[in-house]
Every structure is written in structure tokens, then in C-alpha cells.
Ligand binder design. Structure first.
Ligand code: R5P
Length: 293
């Protein structure tokens, strides 16, 4: 592991405390929490504790993001006032990336709005496996800011392990194809992707390719939110005779009842990367961020 310069300090909000502390240990940088409190009128106040370095890293995972964005802006201002010159936002999960086009007349392109907002506040943004489908690169989302979406395929492939040739990797939709292909290449496993049609916030239709003969499958998805995509994919696999179905996701949003829905569909084990604190976290992405710092 590369050792960072002493010009780096790591600052995290309490909801990303564990991630921030481990990251600080890996890069041998001082760590401190950003203190926050809410006034009776609902406004937030944040405070940087201690003296930040010239290069500060602010760590916060951006699931359930609305209030977090305002506090990030406040924390960035506080860091600069305390002497920081360059701020890197480490957002292990970066919200608002899915609305990357106007799906229905009258909607915004949320990805662009949030990207411009954060891009003007931070010098660098690092995340894991940003949901980029119609946008080519994360740099296109953050104008004037160095932005990197770290690929998750190597850590997922390592978790899958080599030599389990009887296991089939299954991506639920065409959008997952480049990513699932790359996990397949790294792990040596065969893979397929389905076709997905979204019918509502929690309802999807999944069509899988014909000719699946595997008895064991691992469904791979970047985000599990309502759990609808994974549960529907699992049911489709079971109809095709697949008996053992596990799931590996990058970002474990898991809205209420999502895991229940997934288990009801016959899934055995669910694992996730630790971008969002969740009981399914089993794959650490912190070393990947440490390397980038
Ligand atoms: C969509 O394109 C993503 O890759 C995920 O499949 C989707 O966000 C999962 O959402 P849900 O769990 O609500 O079906």
C-alpha cells in the first residue's frame, strides 16, 4: 500500500465513521470527525475538529442524500476557511446518478444538477462504480473537477474466486453487460445478461436468454434499492431450473422490505461492498480508495 504524504487529513461524518477511520489508517493520515448538529428550525451546523491539512479528504456515503448535500457544502467551506487548499470528496456511494436523462416530460436531469453542484465545491471526487449508463465517464458529470469512478469488477471477481466453473454470473439488464463481462473475464466464469423493463418503482420485468443450464447462479447488480430487480431475476432463474442463487451487489441501499423480497424469491446469500453500511457488507473497497489517494 502506498503511504500518503503528511499533507493529507481525513474527515468523515458520523454516518461514514468506520469507513473514514479505516481509510485514514491505510493511508497513514490523521482522522477526525466532522461534528454536526441540527438547530430547532431544522438547519444544520457542521464543525471541523482540529487543524485540517492543505489536502483534506471528506468522506461521506451519499445514500439517503438530500440533507447530506447541504452539510457537505458547509463542511467544504469550513475546511477551506481552516486552511485547506484542495478537497477530495470520497463518496463510496454517489446518489442521484440514475436520473441521467429526462425519462418523462417535465423531469430534470438530476445527475447533471448534482454533478455541477458538487463539481464546483470539490477539487476531486472519488466513488466506486458510479451508475453511469448514458454518460460515458464520471468526469462528464463533474465539470472542472477531477472525478474518478473506481471499477468494482476486481474486488467482485476476487470474492467470487477462481475455478467455480459451474457458476453462472447473471446481470439483470443490458446496462450491466460491460461490467458483468469484465467480472466474468477476471473470474473465469461464464455470464449472461437479461433484458429489463421497468414497470414502476418496485416492479420490473426481466427476460433471460434461452439455454441456461447452470444449477448455481450469482446475480450481480450495481445497486439494490427496492430489491425488485434482483427478486424478479431470481424468480426467472428458478423457473429455468437454477437451484442455488446467490447475490453480490456493489451498493446495498436495500429499502425497507427489499431483503425480505429477495429472500422470498429464493436467494440464499446476499453480499455487498461496504460503500453503504449494511449487514450484508462482505467485500471491502477501502483499499481501492486508499490507492487513489
Ligand atoms: C438499474 O439500472 C440498476 O442497475 C439497478 O438494477 C436498480 O437500481 C435496482 O433497483 P431496484 O432494487 O429498486 O430494482
Amino acid at each position: 500500500m502506498r503511504v500518503s504524504s503528511t499533507n493529507l487529513s481525513i474527515h468523515a461524518f458520523a454516518d461514514t465513521d468506520d469507513f473514514g477511520r479505516k481509510l485514514a489508517r491505510l493511508v497513514h493520515a490523521p482522522f477526525s470527525l466532522i461534528a454536526r448538529r441540527t438547530f430547532p428550525d431544522g438547519e444544520s451546523l457542521v464543525r471541523v475538529i482540529g487543524k485540517p491539512s492543505r489536502g483534506a479528504v471528506l468522506v461521506r456515503s451519499l445514500h439517503d442524500p438530500n440533507a447530506k448535500f447541504v452539510e457537505l457544502m458547509l463542511a467544504a467551506d469550513a475546511l477551506r476557511r481552516a486552511g485547506t487548499r484542495k478537497i477530495t470528496l470520497v463518496a463510496p456511494y454517489l446518489g442521484y446518478m440514475r436520473q441521467d436523462t429526462v425519462f418523462q416530460p417535465g423531469e430534470p436531469i438530476s445527475q447533471r444538477v448534482i454533478g455541477e453542484w458538487l463539481g464546483h465545491t470539490f477539487d476531486r471526487v472519488l466513488t466506486l462504480e458510479a451508475h453511469l449508463h448514458r454518460t460515458k465517464a464520471l468526469a462528464d458529470v463533474f465539470p472542472g473537477c477531477q472525478a474518478v469512478s473506481i471499477p468494482s469488477a476486481p474486488i467482485l471477481a476476487a470474492w467470487l474466486g477462481k475455478g467455480k466453473t459451474s457458476t453462472l454470473l447473471v446481470g439483470p439488464d443490458e446496462e450491466s453487460e460491460p461490467w458483468v463481462r469484465s467480472i466474468g473475464r477476471l473470474s473465469g466464469l461464464s455470464w449472461v445478461v437479461g433484458r429489463k423493463k421497468r414497470q414502476g418503482d418496485t416492479q420490473v420485468r426481466i427476460d433471460l436468454p434461452h439455454g441456461i443450464e447452470a444449477k448455481r447462479a450469482v446475480i450481480i447488480d450495481d445497486i439494490a434499492s427496492s430489491g425488485g430487480t434482483i427478486a424478479t431475476t431470481a424468480r426467472a432463474l428458478r423457473k429455468l431450473g437454477v437451484r442455488w442463487i446467490d447475490v453480490a451487489v456493489v451498493h446495498a441501499i436495500f429499502a425497507p422490505r427489499a431483503l425480505y423480497r429477495i429472500r422470498q424469491a429464493g436467494v440464499r446469500h446476499v453480499v455487498s461492498c461496504n460503500t453503504i453500511p449494511h449487514p450484508t457488507n462482505a467485500i471491502s473497497c477501502i483499499p481501492l480508495f486508499a490507492e487513489k489517494l
